[in-house]
Structures are given as structure tokens and as C-alpha cells.
Design a protein around this ligand. Structure first.
Ligand code: GDP
Ligand code: MG
Length: 324
């Protein structure tokens, strides 16, 4: 095999150089961000390829498209490399399915099934992440699935927080309580109907503030919940990863990404899931509580990433125009 490296401003440009120089048979071995505006792609080509040219062409173009999407979302090079390698292993022609396969290989997907959740569901995350709205969305889904729901908020400090949850609870006709102290939360959980779903809303917590994290930790200990991190899409990649790691340390195991309708870069939430080994659970696609929460699976996430980058589906043309 002959190896060569090509450097360009984007993965897509570097891939073009690979194709021009080595032809359609070239195999991408690694991609690496080598500067703020430079990406190096290393490719190899067999002197005599055993595969029919057509298959190679399709695969290279697919990997090219997946690489461009990962580039758009600003994934860290190491993570992009792993996903590209996983996509290349699959030899799938459709970029959405190749990306879906790669996501499936590298991440876990575990949507919430409200009708089956036995432990309380507690949502944690930074202020404004969408926790309270997501509690309302989950409550609505559980009600539609015929499950009794009780909601409790531990956010008793912020102005309007108790009223916000109470308003949703009135609309959904579910009981809502406030728990100022961890003991009150533990009591509310003990007194809730055993076959019902308990949803616990929390105060927005700054992961850089030890006191705030300790205070949240006390509520978590009292509730022994299924702990979900709520994080908005569109956040900085490194920052989102750090946030996720901090909440993972408190016991968060799944991720609900919010505001995916209001952001196009999903690198932050992907990096968060990777950094903290969180299972992708749900994705918030609207501020409306009735239809705003969707279970995440590898194909839906791949499609969303492709559409946001303007490379697949209905949003493609518009997204591409916006990107110019
Ligand atoms: N566009 C959009 N807005 C959302 C979504 N989820 C939450 N929001 C908005 O984000 C803001 C903060 O939500 P809230 O639940 O109060 O955040 P909290 O501080 O984490 O409880 C509100 O204006 C919500 O309407 C979503 O999926 N899409
Ligand atoms: Mg709130």
C-alpha cells in the first residue's frame, strides 16, 4: 500500500485532494485536525485493487460526506476519526446509514419508556437547559401512555420556578409538589402512588460551583433516581463535555439534548455523550410540551446531523444556503 497525507482547510477539501491525487480507490486511514483551519487526511492506495471500482467510488464518497458532516458539527479530531473509521468499516453507500452505523457502534441509545420506569426520574443540568419544560413533556407523554404522574420541584429559590411547574401540572392535571429540603423530597417520593411515575425537577446547577453541586448531590441521594442530564444543543464542544463529566460524577447516566430545533451544531451534545459515557435518551425539538420530545436512535440522530449540515433531507438546501 502507498500512503500519502493531504492537508486542507476542511475534511471535504482534503478528501477532494485525496481523490484527485490517488483516485477513487484510496482508503482513508486517518483524519486529524492539524490547526485551526487545517485538517490532514492520510490515505492509502493499493497498487492493484481487488475491489470493483464502483464499490470503491461509492464508499469513498460516503466517507467523504460523513467526514464533512463531522467537520460541520465541530467534533474533536479523535472522535471524528473513530466515527469515520467505524463508518468506513461498514461499507455502506448511504451517508445517513453509514453515519447511523458509526453512531450505533460508538454510542449507546436508551430512550425513556415512561410506562416502564420504576424509579423516580430526576432531571439535572445547568440553568436554562430546559429541565422544567422537559419534565412537562415527559409528564404529558406518561399521561398519554395512561400512567399516573407526580411531579416535584426542588427549584424553590428561583423566582417563578414553582409557579412554572405548577402551571404545567394544572394543564396536565397531575399533582405537583415542592421540596425545599432533601428530606421533603424523600417523603414526597415515599408517599407517591407506587405504580405512578415520579418526575423530579431540580434547580439549575453550575458544575463549577462546589456548593451548588453538593446541594444537588443531597437531593440526588434522597431520591435515588434515574438521573438524566439535560443539556442544550449548540453548546461549545469542550464545555459541553466538561459539563457532562461533572454531572456524570453525580450519577447522571443518560442525556436529554434540548433546543435541537434552535441550533445546528450538535458537536457539543455528541461530545457530552462521549466524554461522560452517557446514553442518548431524548432530544428536545420544540418549546411546545405536546410534541417537543423525541426518542433518539442512531438513525434519527444521523439524519438530524446530516440535515443540520445541509447534506440530507428537507432542510438540506436551506441549511446549505445559510452556511454560505
Ligand atoms: N426551542 C426550544 N426551546 C426549548 C426547548 N426546551 C426548552 N426550551 C426553552 O428553554 C427555556 C428554558 O427552559 P426551562 O425548562 O425553564 O429551563 P430550566 O431552567 O432548565 O428549567 C424556555 O424558554 C423553554 O421554552 C426545546 O427543545 N426547543
Ligand atoms: Mg426550571
Amino acid at each position: 500500500m502507498r500512503l500519502r497525507s493531504f492537508t486542507a482547510a476542511t475534511i471535504a477539501d482534503a478528501m477532494q485532494l485525496v481523490r484527485n491525487e490517488l483516485g477513487a480507490e484510496a482508503i482513508i486511514l486517518s483524519t486529524q485536525r492539524t490547526g485551526r483551519n487545517s485538517v490532514t487526511v492520510t490515505a492509502g492506495v493499493e497498487r492493484q485493487t481487488a475491489l470493483p471500482g464502483e464499490v470503491d467510488t461509492a464508499t469513498i464518497e460516503t466517507i467523504d460526506a460523513v467526514g464533512a458532516v463531522l467537520d460541520f458539527h465541530g467534533l474533536p479530531p479523535v472522535m471524528a476519526d473513530r466515527l469515520l473509521a467505524a463508518a468506513a468499516d461498514l461499507l455502506i453507500d448511504d451517508p445517513v446509514m453509514a453515519l447511523a452505523g458509526a453512531l450505533d457502534a460508538r454510542f449507546t441509545f436508551m430512550p425513556l419508556v415512561e410506562s416502564a420506569m420504576a424509579r423516580p426520574i430526576m432531571l439535572v443540568g445547568p440553568p436554562g437547559a430546559g429541565k422544567t419544560v422537559t419534565v412537562a413533556k415527559l409528564a404529558m407523554r406518561a399521561r398519554l401512555a395512561g400512567r399516573a404522574v407526580t411531579a416535584v420541584t426542588c427549584d424553590t429559590l428561583r423566582a417563578g420556578a414553582v409557579e412554572q411547574l405548577a402551571t404545567y401540572a394544572r394543564l396536565l392535571k397531575i399533582p405537583a409538589y415542592r421540596a425545599k429540603e432533601p428530606e421533603v423530597l424523600a417523603r414526597a417520593i415515599a408517599n407517591a402512588p407506587k405504580d405512578g411515575l415520579m418526575l423530579v425537577d431540580t434547580v439549575g446547577t453550575n458544575p463549577l460551583d462546589r456548593h451548588e453541586m453538593d446541594a444537588l448531590g443531597a437531593f440526588i441521594e434522597a431520591a435515588r433516581p434515574e438521573l438524566l442530564l439535560v443539556l442544550p444543543a449548540g453548546g461549545d464542544v469542550a464545555e459541553s463535555a466538561d459539563y457532562a463529566a461533572a454531572f456524570r460524577a453525580l450519577g447522571a447516566t443518560r442525556l436529554i439534548a434540548t433546543r435541537a430545533d434552535a441550533a445546528r451544531r450538535l458537536g457539543g451534545i455528541v461530545a457530552a455523550a462521549e466524554a461522560a459515557k452517557l446514553h442518548f435518551a431524548e432530544i428536545g425539538m420544540s418549546p411546545q410540551i405536546a410534541d417537543g420530545l423525541q426518542p433518539v436512535n442512531p438513525v434519527s440522530l444521523a439524519r438530524l446531523m446530516m440535515q443540520a449540515a445541509g447534506l440530507a433531507g428537507d432542510g438540506a438546501a436551506e441549511a446549505t444556503r445559510n452556511n454560505e
